[in-house]
Unconditional design. Structure first.
Length: 103
């Protein structure tokens, strides 16, 4: 049973996240990056032209869940209206977490 529990705890996941509300100009990207690095999550976060923030997160499920939890509330000056998360297969393509530029 312990082997099964260890495998579940180490489950690697990928989450594609869109956050809307007052999420630009409030340090959302920088604070998301800091939380992701703290939890050893890799990927990126960026502002979108329509006012949303988009993030791609990879790491252990519990760590990605922590970053998503932060995205649900954002930094103190933010107001999150909606958070959309799409779960995808883990790829391991990132070596760090970074703030990306708009598309």
């Amino acid at each position: 049973m312990q082997n099964y529990d260890a495998k579940c705890q180490a489950l690697k996941v990928r989450a594609h996240v869109y956050v809307s509300g007052r999420v630009q100009g409030v340090f959302f990207r920088v604070e998301t990056r800091d939380i992701a690095i703290q939890h050893e999550v890799t990927g990126w976060v960026r502002n979108l032209p329509d006012g949303r923030v988009e993030a791609l997160l990879e790491g252990e499920k519990q760590d990605v869940d922590e970053v998503i939890g932060f995205c649900k509330r954002g930094p103190s000056a933010a107001y999150v209206d909606t958070l959309d998360v799409t779960w995808q297969n883990y790829t391991g393509e990132f070596s760090e977490f970074r703030v990306a530029h708009r598309t």
